[in-house]
Unconditional design. Structure first.
Length: 851
């Protein structure tokens, strides 16, 4: 009877174990329940108990103990304290420590503070004494075991669980084994006497059979070993597959991370574009504020002049008042002098003259003011007339150009496109009968004329090209161009059409174009064509030369811009797209760009639509010119009326100046008639009044200057208003253009973000599928590893052979074993003894060897 007793798990400490850095758990004497969220480490405590008492890692969601070491740490420590009640009041304290490292594990057992063991055998002995049976599901039930029990829920499985939990299964097995052993012993004793008589006779046969059995045993051992290797080979093969899958998943994760970064960059660009739009608006507002500030400065100057005008008016009134006072003094002196009735009459005449002078000067000032206003108005009209006249001249020049182009369209002589110098050079080339094809533009025929502008833009300077086949002809053609001073031409030296027939340039290009158009039809519904498809009926050698030079099979033609963006993003095989306008849609760096192509004033490839469009533009320009001419006529008439009015005012000014001069002369004659002391005083007053009148005249001149300055300010305000209106129109045009460009860029970036998000979603789905596949592969590897561990007695083998090679060796050894089992020597002693046990044969063989 073993000395067995019960025990109590007091506490457990986990250091660097799975998800725990340093966990200490103390258990109560009754029941301890551990609760927590998923992944908080509840199962880690149970796994630690299993690891501490030697439960295999494969039975607890692992492959080896080193997997339980926390990531980034070098070791893991499990420490548990067990209380064993004794006969005395003091209980025995047992501390079990297990230190795990990637290479090995160490055990230390302390009983009441003293080391009692350091090996697994010591721990097994201790667990047997303390009746710790972790194989019993009642004592220790792992998650995998509980899942199996719950999954196979029937009476048979429940009874098997009951037998395992109560050890009845072991008792029944032992009893059956003992009964069989007793029966075997009885049978052996009964047959000993019979077999003893024949043992000498059968010894030789037994030896032969034993030899064969040894060979069979070694073969079976080799088969068993190969089966173990085969199992581990399958494990390693699946592990390799799993590692490759993990690498593929890692690559997808890296790609996902890169695309996420790209998405952030695109969003940053969108934010940057939005910021640029805000800056553009701020800049526009800033320019508006500057113009308004300039306008305010001029208005302020004008207001200042108005105030100055008011002050001068007051000063003139003051001078008038002083003149009145002096006139009164002069009248008093004249009364004292006692002038005759003739003098009085003269005095009255002088007063009347002074009053008349005031009225004339007032009328003259009023006339000058009206004249200044008319001059300002005339200057404004003249500025407007100049501006309108320039606009009319511009429209006339545009119409002259357009009518010239229209005339060339109607004549439709393509050679005129190249100019007179090129025409003369081509004429001489034909006279010399040189083997020359060109210019290329004359050899091209477009199927659909609406693509004329786009195709001409795509061909560029190639329309000025000539195709030659020898260096001598090239020299002659070059000399002809130099002779006629042809500035723009291209020379292409190629093989003749017959020699390049095997190259099949046109056929290959048509296949590329058809493939691209087929891909395009899968993505968009609007019609798409290529430059090659539109000019394929032209000269074969010209078409092939353009394929070599420009790759016209990859230049797309479409009307819908959005479809162009989409096809370039889908990489349908096109280099870029052109619209009928023509606009060019292509990649610039990593972003899509949409730009208007430069179109020549003269067109080589003319379409009826282009002619109609040009005629409509000429008609619109003429209508606008007639409207402006009518307005110009009205303004000219108004200017002439103002000029007549100004002339009338000038005539009035002359009359007023003459009247004022006569009055001054009469007043002077009156002053000369006065004498004596009072007369001297009288003269002084007259001189003083004359000086004041001069000052008043000077102030009047200043007043005129102020009025002129005010008129100048008014003209400048009108000019600034016109310039402001023109600048505002230009800024609005540029602002709308820039706004459109930024909006298109923003739209492109948003499309790129949408595509990025779609691809990210696709990658995420692939990653999720791979995670599921990896989880299944991991489970399969786990099952294979458990099976292999069972076959290899819990030892890990490194197998270099492939499972297929091992299977062949197993088949060969199995065939060899079968051949041994069919040897006649195994049946020679069948008539003596039906069956000999291996241990009996070994015993007989040993006895013979001793003798």
């Amino acid at each position: 009877m073993r000395n067995e007793t019960g025990c109590f798990l007091q506490n457990i400490q986990l250091v660097n174990f799975m998800c725990h850095d340093n966990l200490y758990v103390e258990f109560t004497k009754k029941v301890t329940c551990i609760v927590g969220n998923n992944g908080s480490g509840k199962s880690a405590i149970m796994i630690a108990v299993g690891v501490l008492f030697g439960v295999r890692a494969t039975a607890m969601r692992g492959n080896s103990y080193k997997q339980y070491i926390k990531t980034g740490e070098d070791y893991s420590l499990i420490k548990a304290e067990i209380k064993v009640p004794g006969a005395s009041e003091e209980s025995k304290s047992i501390i079990i420590e297990k230190r795990l490292s990637p290479e090995s594990s160490r055990i230390r057992i302390l009983i009441n503070g003293e080391v009692a063991g350091k090996t697994q055998d010591d721990l097994n002995t201790l667990t047997e004494q303390l009746r710790i049976n972790l194989k019993n599901p009642v004592c220790f039930l792992t998650q995998d075991q509980s899942k199996k029990i719950l999954k196979v829920h029937n009476l048979k499985s429940i009874y098997a669980f009951f037998k395992s939990a109560t050890d009845i299964e072991n008792i029944e097995d032992n009893q059956v084994h003992d009964q069989n052993l007793v029966l075997a012993i009885k049978q052996s004793l009964d047959s000993v006497s019979e077999r003893q008589a024949n043992k000498e006779k059968t010894l030789e046969a037994v030896e032969n059979r034993l030899k064969l059995k040894e060979e069979m045993h070694s073969a079976e051992e080799a088969i068993r070993r190969l089966k173990v290797e085969h199992a581990w080979g399958k494990v390693h093969r699946e592990e390799k597959k799993r590692i490759e899958a993990e690498r593929e998943r890692e690559a997808l994760l890296n790609k996902y991370s890169t695309m996420s970064q790209t998405k952030k960059e695109l969003l940053s660009k969108i934010e940057e574009t939005t910021g640029k739009l805000s800056e553009l608006t701020q800049k526009r507002n800033s320019l508006q504020v500057r113009r308004e500030a300039r306008f305010d400065i001029i208005k302020e100057g004008m207001a200042k002049n108005e105030r100055r005008k008011t002050e001068i008016s007051k000063e003139l009134d003051q001078y008038t008042y002083e003149i009145d006072q002096l006139s009164k003094k002069i009248a008093t002196i004249e009364q004292i002098l006692g002038r005759s009735s003739e003098s009085e009459k003269s005095e009255e005449t002088e007063e009347v003259l002074m009053e008349s002078l005031k009225l004339l000067e007032s009328e003259r000032a009023k006339n000058e003011k009206e004249q200044m206003s008319l001059e300002v108005k005339k200057a404004q009209i003249e500025l407007t007339i100049g501006k309108i006249q320039r606009e009319v001249d511009g429209l006339v020049q545009q119409n002259v150009k357009r009518e010239g182009i229209l005339q060339s369209y109607r004549q439709h002589d393509p050679i005129k496109f190249y100019g007179s110098a090129m025409e003369a050079a081509i004429s001489e080339i034909k006279q010399r009968k040189l083997d020359v094809i060109g210019p290329i533009g004359l050899e091209i025929s477009v199927k659909d004329k609406k693509w004329s502008k786009a195709i001409e833009s795509a061909l560029g300077s190639c329309v000025f090209g000539f195709i030659l086949h020898s260096q001598e002809v090239k020299t002659e053609v070059t000399n002809i161009f130099i002779k006629y001073r042809v500035q723009k031409y291209q020379i292409y030296l190629t093989k003749p059409q017959k020699e390049r027939a095997e190259d099949r340039i046109f056929e290959k290009a048509m296949k590329v174009a058809q493939s691209s158009l087929m891909q395009a039809s899968m993505h968009v519904s609007s019609p798409v064509t290529t430059v090659l498809s539109q000019i394929q009926n032209s000269s074969a050698i010209v078409v092939e030369q353009l394929i070599i030079l420009l790759g016209i099979e990859k230049i797309g033609l479409l009307e819908n811009r959005r479809d162009g963006y989409l096809l370039l993003q889908k990489k349908a095989g096109f280099d870029f797209f052109l619209t009928p306008a023509p606009d060019r849609i292509q990649y610039v760096g990593t972003s899509l760009s949409d730009m208007r192509c430069t179109v020549r004033e003269k067109q080589l490839l003319v379409s009826k639509e282009g002619e109609k469009e040009l005629m409509q533009e000429i008609e619109n320009t003429n209508t606008k010119k007639n409207e402006i001419a009518g307005r110009l006529s009205d303004l000219s008439k108004e200017s002439r009326d103002i000029q007549k009015t100004l002339q009338t005012h000038l005539d009035i000014q002359i009359v007023l100046r003459n009247k004022i001069a006569n009055l001054d002369e009469r007043i002077t004659r009156n002053k000369k008639a006065q004498g004596d002391q009072l007369q001297i005083e009288y003269k002084q007053y007259l001189e003083e009044m004359n000086n004041i009148q001069k000052q008043k005249s000077s102030v009047n001149e200043t007043y005129k200057e102020v009025l002129s300055e005010i008129g100048k300010n008014q003209r400048e305000i009108i000019k600034i208003q016109e310039e402001t209106e023109y600048a505002r129109e230009e800024e609005d045009h540029l602002y709308r253009k820039e706004l459109k460009g930024r909006a298109q860029e923003n739209e492109q970036l948003k499309l790129a973000v949408q595509e990025n998000e779609a691809e990210l979603g696709s990658l995420q789905k692939r990653i999720d599928r791979m995670n599921i596949d990896l989880e299944e592969m991991h489970k399969e590897c786990q099952v294979l590893r458990e099976s292999a561990m069972d076959l290899s007695d819990q030892q890990v083998l490194i197998v270099e052979k492939e499972p297929g090679e091992i299977e062949k060796e197993i088949i060969d050894l199995t065939a060899k074993t079968y051949a041994y089992s069919t040897q006649p020597s195994l049946f020679e002693i069948g008539d003596i003894s039906e069956e000999l046990q291996d241990d009996e044969e070994q015993r007989i063989l040993k006895e013979k060897r001793k003798s």
